[in-house]
Design a protein around this ligand. Structure first.
Ligand SMILES: NC(=O)c1ccc[n+]([C@@H]2O[C@H](COP(=O)([O-])OP(=O)(O)OC[C@H]3O[C@@H](n4cnc5c(N)ncnc54)[C@H](OP(=O)(O)O)[C@@H]3O)[C@@H](O)[C@H]2O)c1
Ligand SMILES: *[C@@H]1O[C@H](CO)[C@@H](O)[C@H](O)[C@H]1NC(C)=O
Ligand SMILES: *[C@@H]1O[C@H](CO)[C@@H](O)[C@H](O)[C@H]1NC(C)=O
Length: 315
């Protein structure tokens, strides 16, 4: 009798748990991408300027265009002046009614003094949105002891992926706190959510970004400031070796538009429905299958990178 009760009870709990997990997965996929309407970003931001780091290419550049389309003034921060000038021109050609400023900064530079200087420039305008996007990857995934670029590259990847979100957020938060409004988005990566062989420092540094964002959300979430972590899988950009676009490989414009629509509707999401599907599947996958999939993707990325390099070296 008692045993029967126990078995039935355990069965009911297991069933409830499975139902709960399925609901959660469906909610994560459908909530931000199908059901919820985008929030009023202007109101949540509380000020007219958006700062975007790594703004001259890929995801960052696409965020700039989409934010300008929604009427935000854009402060571009990146390392190559000529690309900044060109990006400013491109945005103004399409959205002539916004203001664009830019600052050159090489984020492999870890000097707090130089950050101070950059921050005093940025803080001249009223910042409603900060997109911590700049990031660095290896030329391709590999074992850490033989990573292309060696120790220097490993150090650069750690610095570029972790310092900007830390120092820029700290330096820009004061004006957001005064206004009791603001949005800070950190572009992390799905690689930060899983332990991926051959992605070492990149994966770990992205985990740092997600974790940092979550702690700051606890510090400032009740002060009117919204913190979001975006964890994409592969987006067809230079960093990913410019693969052809497909269902799972969106171009950066499609991606940024989708990700911006999730602000306020999810604090932590991949940014794109196909990626969310991928994320939920990987979460359910047994680890040995997952490891095998990572190995395959890493090999593909390496092959593509080496092929690209070969093509580039041809006259
Ligand atoms: N693409 C993906 O599949 C993918 C997936 C997950 C997460 N992410 C993350 O998304 C973010 C953007 O990636 P992306 O693919 O758009 O990259 P991307 O196309 O390579 O663009 C990177 C941007 O950052 C700038 N930048 C690079 N290194 C810099 C440095 N040291 N100092 C200042 N600016 C620098 C680049 O400027 P220059 O043009 O002057 O180099 C460029 O504007 C990164 O944080 C990345 O980790 C990307
Ligand atoms: C995001 O985080 C804030 C602060 O913790 C919380 O108030 C809000 O409900 C969260 N939003 C969503 C969609 O979970
Ligand atoms: C990308 O598309 C082009 C043209 O459709 C094709 O020739 C090429 O093989 C594709 N590349 C990859 C990596 O699939």
């Amino acid at each position: 009798m008692n045993i029967e009760w126990f078995v039935n009870g355990a069965g009911a709990v297991l069933l409830l748990y499975i139902l709960y997990r399925i609901t959660l997965v469906l909610f994560n996929i459908l909530g931000p991408y199908v059901f919820f309407r985008p929030i009023d970003l202007k109101k949540k931001a509380g000020a007219s300027w958006a700062v975007v780091t790594g703004a001259t290419d890929g995801i960052g550049k696409s965020y700039c265009f989409e934010l300008a389309r929604r009427g935000f003034n854009i402060y571009l921060v990146s390392r190559t002046e000529s690309k900044l000038v060109q990006t400013k021109k491109d945005i103004l050609a399409k959205h002539p009614n916004v203001q664009i400023r830019y600052a050159t900064f090489d984020f492999t530079n870890p000097s707090p003094t130089d950050y101070q200087e950059l921050l005093s420039q940025l803080n001249e305008v009223n910042i409603g949105i900060l997109i911590n996007n700049v990031g660095m990857f290896f030329e391709y995934p590999d074992y850490i002891h033989q990573m292309g670029g060696g120790l220097e590259r490993l150090a650069d990847v750690a610095i570029v992926n972790m310092l900007p979100p830390t120092l820029l957020s700290a330096g820009i938060l004061p004006q957001m706190i005064r206004r009791k409004a603001g949005v800070i988005v950190n572009i992390s990566s799905a690689t930060g959510a899983f332990k991926m062989a051959q992605w070492s420092v990149y994966s770990a540094s992205k985990k740092y970004v997600s974790w940092l964002t979550a702690t700051l959300r606890k510090e400032y979430g009740d002060k009117g400031i919204l913190f979001q972590t975006i964890t994409p899988f592969i987006v067809a950009t230079k960093m990913a070796g410019n693969p052809n676009t497909s269902f799972f490989y969106p171009d950066s414009d499609t991606f940024a538009k989708s990700a911006l629509n999730t602000i306020g509707n999810s604090n932590d999401t991949t940014g794109y429905i196909a990626h969310q599907l991928q994320y939920e599947m990987m979460n359910l996958m047994p680890e040995f299958l997952f490891d095998r999939a990572v190995l395959k993707t890493s090999a593909e990325l390496k092959q593509r990178a080496l092929k690209n390099r070969e093509e580039k070296s041809l006259p």
